[in-house]
Design a protein. Structure first.
Length: 288
């Protein structure tokens, strides 16, 4: 069985089936629930997450959830786009979300090692927390990201449902999204080339020469771009920026500290940190 799970093609097939079933279950839940649309959507999202979580337990691998981050927004905006009249604002949001989502899902598929491979962060949580890990697995690894990406996607849903016309802010926000996803693409390609070269130290080339987390910067900017697009055409819905805010907070309080702590174990990290910025890929002025 382990040899079958190590097969990337078999593992990809399993993951695809899980996500297709999760999407169907979520759609049925959304259509059957009697609450306001935003609450129906939230509950359907949670139900889909629980479904994926069950398979994470079955395969003893929390990374079964990894594609959810990029697949969920595409499924949601596509559903609403099929039922509501599209405007320029809606089209720009669809392009933004799908460009980002296809790229990120593609990167996950490229780096996916099979059902026997689990993200190092999840293994770390499991080793350090023992009996508390099942709780951390459900709330921290599965549910918290689902809620954050739900909030990040909600601005696009409101714009599409309301059929709001676009303005200059729509184009500015879309430009931010495209630049953010392209930044992630460049950073990920540079990282994959570095790893394929056989190097195991600190990457000091490309965007990574100036920034320790250029990929995280792209993820943060992506959802600010979506928020800008929504609030520019629906200024009374300023609270839709909650998704971008919560996503930013998550990266600054969880993702970046975890990555920095792991990198700090490599030789030369102190000098690397002193000569680079945390996010912005621009040269850092050296203090003599």
């Amino acid at each position: 069985m382990d040899s079958i799970r190590e097969s990337k093609s078999f593992s990809m097939l399993v993951i695809t089936c899980i996500y297709l079933m999760a999407s169907v279950i979520a759609l049925c839940a959304y259509l059957l629930l009697p609450f306001p649309f935003w609450l129906d959507l939230l509950l359907a999202d949670i139900i889909a997450t629980v479904f994926v979580f069950i398979f994470s337990l079955a395969f003893k691998n929390a990374s079964v959830y990894d594609p959810y981050w990029s697949v969920q927004p595409m499924v949601i905006v596509l559903y609403f786009a099929c039922y509501y009249k599209l405007t320029m604002a809606s089209v720009l949001l669809l392009v933004s979300v799908f460009y980002w989502g296809i790229r990120l899902t593609g990167n996950w598929a490229y780096t996916f090692g099979g059902l026997n491979c689990q993200d190092w962060r999840y293994t770390k949580f499991e080793n350090e927390n023992g009996r508390l890990y099942p709780f951390i697995n459900f709330t921290g690894i599965h549910m918290m990201p689902t809620l954050i990406v739900y909030l990040c996607t909600l601005p696009a849903v409101y714009v599409i449902r309301n059929g709001v016309e676009g303005n200059i802010g729509s184009f500015i926000g879309a430009f931010v999204c495209i630049c953010a996803a392209t930044l992630q693409l460049a950073a990920d390609i540079q990282m994959q080339r570095y790893r394929k070269s056989g190097e195991h130290g600190l990457i000091r080339t490309g965007l990574w020469k100036y920034s320790r987390h250029p990929n995280y910067l792209g993820e943060i900017l992506m959802w600010w771009g979506v928020g800008i697009q929504a609030v520019s055409v629906m200024p009374g819905y300023w609270w839709l920026l909650a998704g971008a805010v919560s996503n930013t907070v998550m990266f600054f309080t969880v993702s970046i500290p975890l990555a920095d702590k792991r990198q700090s174990q490599k030789p030369g990290y102190a000098e690397y940190k002193a000569s680079t910025r945390g996010l912005l890929p621009i040269p850092k002025k050296q203090v003599s």
